[in-house]
Ligand binder design. Structure first.
Ligand SMILES: Nc1ncnc2c1ncn2[C@@H]1O[C@H](COP(=O)(O)OP(=O)(O)OP(=O)(O)O)[C@@H](O)[C@H]1O
Ligand SMILES: [Mg+2]
Length: 289
């Protein structure tokens, strides 16, 4: 067993000893209509902000083909979910630990396979992912842009779907189209939380949120909550080039403050959520249909 596996085993055992039982587990899926709006950086930095506020998040990089989380953390994964689906490894063996204290799972080609799995592999996924509740309390799922089967499945099982937009009109209309598809075509009504990224000001962010929220309310009858905003931040751009997550290296950067505000807002909103279904049942319901 490598060092990382030993470390993770220890985490698992601690968690079982301290709590005696499994704590509630929250799934937050990060999506957007248009690509390139800042989802992956949001996922990585939100995880650190949640950790700084007492949570134990784990990231699943479900953006098949364009894995990004590893680049943001500057940490290459050795194994991916695909290795677990080969049947030789457990979920703990495919977790990649980072120096910032939040582990991630690289989907690799495993994510694509997840949609066309055989029965025994579905059991492996359900079992593997449900094991995560022994290691952490929150799963953040980073997805690719637009509506794919992966996005649909992970949105369906999520407690919250973060819809990342920017103030640009095309980002807002594409995000609205995504919400519309969920409601009208897929007949799914996830709990959407709109986060505005790359805003010039609070006013600009709120105005972007109001546009999509108003359209959704009047044309789709669906309320969209506001998760807050992340300002445009050159310090973030620089940190991305250095392959460092901004919240991990500069908590006072404008974007770090934004990520932290969103994390705190989520934690406050989360207190009103009642866990309807345990993790294993939720995974079974979504993956096995
Ligand atoms: N708050 C911000 N301030 C300034 N630049 C930003 C901010 N957020 C993101 N960016 C820029 O946007 C780029 C894309 O971000 P990111 O990779 O997180 O987007 P994405 O939505 O995950 O993209 P994809 O749809 O391809 O997965 C970053 O490399 C960075 O240059
Ligand atoms: Mg991305």
């Amino acid at each position: 067993m490598n060092d990382q596996a030993v470390h993770l085993r220890a985490m698992v055992e601690n968690r079982q000893n301290i709590t005696g039982s499994i704590r509630p587990f929250k799934i937050i899926t990060v999506t957007s209509g248009k690509g390139g709006v800042g989802k992956s950086n949001f996922t990585a930095n939100l995880s650190l902000a949640l950790k700084n506020n007492g949570k134990a998040p784990i990231i699943l990089d479900a953006d098949f083909g364009l894995a990004n989380i590893d680049l943001i953390f500057g940490q290459r994964p050795v194994y991916t979910l695909a290795h677990m689906l080969d049947g030789k490894m457990g979920i703990k063996d495919v977790l990649t630990q980072t120096q910032y204290g939040v582990p991630f799972i690289s989907g690799g080609s495993g994510i694509k396979e997840m949609i066309f799995l055989q029965e025994f592999q579905l059991d492996m996924i359900v079992h593997g992912l449900s094991q995560l509740a022994f290691i952490g309390d929150t799963l953040l799922v980073d997805t690719g842009a637009g509506i794919t089967d992966t996005v649909i499945k992970f949105s369906e099982m999520a407690d919250e779907v973060c819809l990342v937009i920017t103030p640009e009109p095309s980002s807002i209309t594409d995000a609205y189209a995504l919400v519309k598809t969920f409601i009208k075509e897929l007949n799914l009504r996830p709990n959407f939380l709109v986060v505005v990224n790359r805003a010039d000001s609070r006013e600009e962010a709120e105005s972007a949120y109001r546009k999509i929220a108003a359209a959704s309310k009047s044309f789709l009858g669906k309320e969209l909550h506001y998760g807050g905003y992340i300002p445009f931040d050159n310090l973030l751009v620089r940190a991305i080039k250095e392959q460092k997550p901004i919240v991990g290296v500069n908590e006072n950067a404008p974007s770090s403050i934004g990520y932290t505000n969103v994390a705190r807002k989520m934690l406050n909103l989360g207190q009103h959520h009642v866990q309807r279904e345990n993790l294993k049942d939720r995974l079974k319901r979504v993956f096995k249909k």
